[in-house]
Design a protein around this ligand. Structure first.
Ligand SMILES: [Zn+2]
Length: 244
C-alpha cells in the first residue's frame, strides 16, 4: 500500500515537473529568474521603467567613448546599444528587445540582478551596508550594479576571461585608509579597480568601448598596478603607458 502510494506520488511529481518545464519553454521568457521579468517587447520610441531596466543591462554597449543615458526613453542610442548587445551574443541584431534578447539577459543575470560573473560583495569590500560615502547607500549600490553590467560587457569582449576586481565602493574612512583622493569616484560606488589578467593595458584600452568615462591606468600617477574604471560628468582618460 505504501509503495503504491509512493509510486502515485512520484508520478504526480513527474507530471507536475513536466508541466512546469513546458510552461517555461512555451512562454518564450525564462521565469527562473528572481530579479526582473520583462512583460513586453521593447523598441525605439517606447518609454517606461522596463526600458530603464533594459538600459542598465545594455549600458556596457554604448559604443566607443559613449555613455548610455539610463533615462527610460528608448531612443536611437538605446537601440544601438541593444544592437551591439545582440551582435555580441550572436542574436539577430535588429535593435528591438524581444524574447531572444530578454532570454540572453536572463541567462546573464543572477537573482539579485547582478550579472553572473560579478557580485555586490566584491564591489564593496569596505562595509556591509554601502553607507558612509558621498551618496546614499541606495545610490552607491545602484551605481555599483550599473558598473557590474559594464564589466560583464568588458569581460565578454575580452574573450570571457575572468576579470579580478580589487576595490569598489568606499566610505570616506575606507577611502582615506586606501589613500584615495578626496573626490574619488569610489565614494559614489561607481568606481572599480581591476588587477591581473587580461593585462592592465588590455583592460583600459577595451574599457573605452563599454561606458566608462573615467579610465586611469599604467603611466598615470599611482595607477601602474591597477586599472581604475569609473563614471563622471565629463570624460577623463589617462593611461600613458597604454597609449592614451
Ligand atoms: Zn580606483
Amino acid at each position: 500500500m505504501f509503495r503504491r502510494a509512493m509510486r502515485v506520488l512520484l508520478a504526480i511529481v513527474m507530471i507536475t515537473s513536466a508541466a512546469v518545464v513546458g510552461t517555461v519553454a512555451t512562454a518564450g521568457t525564462a521565469q527562473a529568474d528572481g530579479c526582473y521579468t520583462w512583460g513586453r517587447t521593447l523598441s525605439q520610441g517606447m518609454s517606461g521603467a522596463d526600458v530603464r531596466q533594459l538600459q542598465i543591462r545594455v549600458s556596457g554597449y554604448p559604443g566607443y567613448g559613449n555613455v548610455l543615458a539610463l533615462d527610460g526613453d528608448y531612443g536611437p542610442a538605446t537601440a544601438a546599444a541593444v544592437t551591439r548587445f545582440q551582435q555580441a551574443y550572436g542574436l539577430s541584431a535588429d535593435g528591438v528587445a524581444g524574447p531572444q534578447t530578454f532570454n540572453q539577459i536572463y541567462a546573464l543575470q543572477d537573482n539579485d540582478c547582478t550579472p553572473i560573473h560579478f557580485t555586490y560583495a566584491e564591489l564593496n569590500r569596505c562595509n556591509s551596508d554601502w553607507s558612509g560615502g558621498a551618496v546614499s547607500a541606495a545610490t552607491a549600490r545602484a551605481n555599483a550594479l550599473v558598473n557590474m553590467w559594464k564589466l560583464e560587457a568588458l569581460r565578454h569582449a575580452l574573450g570571457d576571461r575572468p576579470i579580478t576586481t580589487s576595490s569598489g565602493f568606499r566610505s570616506y574612512s575606507c577611502n582615506s585608509a586606501a589613500g584615495g583622493s578626496a573626490t574619488s569616484r569610489h565614494l559614489y560606488g561607481d568606481a572599480i579597480d581591476l588587477t591581473g589578467s587580461p593585462t592592465l593595458c588590455q583592460l583600459v584600452q577595451r574599457a573605452r568601448y563599454h561606458g566608462f568615462n573615467e579610465i586611469l591606468g599604467p603611466g598615470y600617477p599611482d595607477h601602474n598596478d591597477h586599472a581604475h574604471l569609473a563614471n563622471r560628468s565629463s570624460r577623463f582618460w589617462s593611461a600613458p603607458s597604454c597609449g592614451f
